[in-house]
Design a protein around this ligand. Structure first.
Ligand SMILES: Nc1nc2c(ncn2[C@@H]2O[C@H](COP(=O)(O)OP(=O)(O)OP(=O)(O)O)[C@@H](O)[C@H]2O)c(=O)[nH]1
Ligand SMILES: [Mg+2]
Length: 460
């Protein structure tokens, strides 16, 4: 189906009663079709109206000249319109009946009912906005917090597009360099050139990684950080939960194996919402309930965004501690050395070479604030609330394209460094360009477009 050939119409305001409601038309016959159902007291025709002006009159049924509603009609001629086509917006009274009747007249006179998102789709297909901007239109409509709306507007303005275009251009330059050498097979790529190419690839990688991280961090603020407190039995996990929450949430006893189920609560650190989970101590056991608890602890580690791994300063490190450290190594993790008030001098965590170690006493409260700071910076590397200058991606599709591009660049770098034929590196670089092209819609499939625009409501 050629989407751009005909004239589309839809009710563009929300259903229900309102002061006004708008029927929108777009396409090369938009003004002519509207004219057929329009009548003004001074017999003014919409076709004679100047672009971007408003005309007063009535919507009528051309079959019998019966008045349907009193209206104000805005005439906007291509190309400076939402779709880059001729657009007519009819402001009716806001009840559903006049709006539906007006729409029915327009459809009878040759317009086609627009599909969901079709106006915005035309804006994209006609080149007024790129795909990430089209997606931002939905985000602006749906945003529920000021922060979300600000980010969506930035994307609509093309800030993300500009950032992606800049990185693409740099990658295209690198690619051109590499390809130039392919054309002269007798030339060996000289070391300084190769180093420069790899350096530029590194710089592009860092910029893309910052974007990708920004997605995670934005998501943390929007949806919260699921945080698991884990460790051996009796190291003080439940005590730590209570100390963090400053309330007596979980049962604490001196018996190892007290906690059996996952206990959840909520904590806010400098505006960052945490869903915090206390878990059963991990150990070999034959107690059925405790076995199930341990299973849930292991699942909590897998599912959590971040892990607080607790060790006991009053004892010495053992096999079980080492296993835990191994288990959480791949996660974002903070290591808490609890019971610092009764620390055993033989306990030497510094030998473990762990990134982030915090000494805490859940009993006295020592170190709890430091732990909160550490958890915060584990989640948010940009120093918190995204600055106005920062481009933050909020769309999983963009994040996936960026991650694919990162993978291709890495493969290109490995091919170059590993002395593989230059064609291989060039191929991976092209792949990374394609992945980034998907974000703004230079490279798209009908399937991607359908998926994106079907999320819109009709009339947008
Ligand atoms: N001295 C001291 N004792 C602590 C501290 N934190 C916890 N304890 C004690 O250690 C024992 C176990 O504490 P819990 O918080 O129940 O330990 P847990 O890791 O949740 O244990 P399980 O649920 O059995 O896995 C209790 O007797 C606590 O009072 C601390 O910082 N200092
Ligand atoms: Mg416990």
């Amino acid at each position: 189906m050629n989407y751009l050939d005909d004239t589309i119409a839809a009710i563009s305001t929300a259903t229900g009663e309102g002061g006004i409601g708008i029927v929108r038309l777009s396409g090369k016959d938009a003004i002519a079709v509207a004219d057929k159902v329009f009548s003004s007291p001074k017999a003014k025709r919409l076709n004679d109206a100047k672009s971007h002006t408003v005309v007063y009159g009535f919507i009528i049924d051309p079959a019998n000249n019966e008045k349907i509603d009193e209206v104000l009609v805005t005439v906007m001629r291509a190309p400076k319109t939402y779709t880059k086509e001729d657009v007519v917006e009819i402001n009716c009274h806001g009840g559903m009946l006049p709006l539906r009747k007006a729409l029915a007249m327009l459809l009878k006179e040759g317009a086609r009912l627009a599909e969901p998102g079709e106006f915005t789709r035309r804006a994209f297909l006609n080149g007024r906005i790129d795909l990430s901007q089209a997606e931002a239109v939905i985000d602006v409509i749906r945003s529920k917090t000021e922060q979300a709306e600000r980010l969506a507007l930035q994307q609509l303005e093309g800030r993300l597009s500009a950032r992606i275009a800049d990185i693409k251009e740099r990658l295209a330059n690198i690619c051109a360099h590499v390809e130039a050498y392919i054309d002269f097979p007798e030339e060996e790529i000289e070391t300084p050139v190769k180093d420069a190419v790899i350096g530029s690839m590194q710089a592009a990688t860092e910029d893309l990684m910052a974007l990708s991280r920004g997605y995670d961090e934005g998501k943390f603020f929007r949806e919260g950080v699921s945080t698991a407190i884990v460790g051996k039995p009796n190291v003080g996990k439940s005590s730590l939960l209570n100390a963090l929450l400053q309330k007596d949430r979980a049962i604490v006893t001196e018996m190892p194996g007290t906690t059996r189920d996952v206990i959840e609560d909520y904590l806010n650190i400098k505006g960052l919402p945490l869903k915090i989970m206390d878990t059963a101590g991990i150990r070999e056991t034959h107690d059925l309930a405790e076995m199930e608890g341990v299973k849930r602890s292991l699942r909590a580690i897998e599912g959590a965004d971040i892990v607080i791994a607790v060790l006991d300063a009053g004892r010495t490190l053992d096999e079980a501690d080492m296993e835990l450290i191994e288990r959480v190594k791949a996660k974002r993790a903070v290591f808490v050395i609890n019971k610092s008030d009764i620390a055993n001098p033989a306990f030497q965590p510094s030998t473990l070479n762990l990134q982030s170690i915090i000494n805490v006493s859940a009993l006295t409260g020592d170190g709890i604030d430091t732990l909160k700071d550490a958890v915060y910076s584990l989640c948010i590397s940009t120093g918190g609330d995204a600055g106005v200058e920062d481009v933050i991606i909020t769309n999983i599709r963009h994040k996936q394209s960026i991650d694919n591009a990162l993978k291709s660049i890495k493969e290109a770098a490995e091919a170059l460094e590993g002395g593989q034929p230059l064609e291989v590196a060039a191929l991976f670089l092209r792949e990374s360009l394609d992945s980034l092209g998907e974000i703004v819609g230079v490279v798209t499939t009908e399937d991607i477009l359908n998926r994106i625009f079907s999320e819109f409501c009709i009339g947008k």
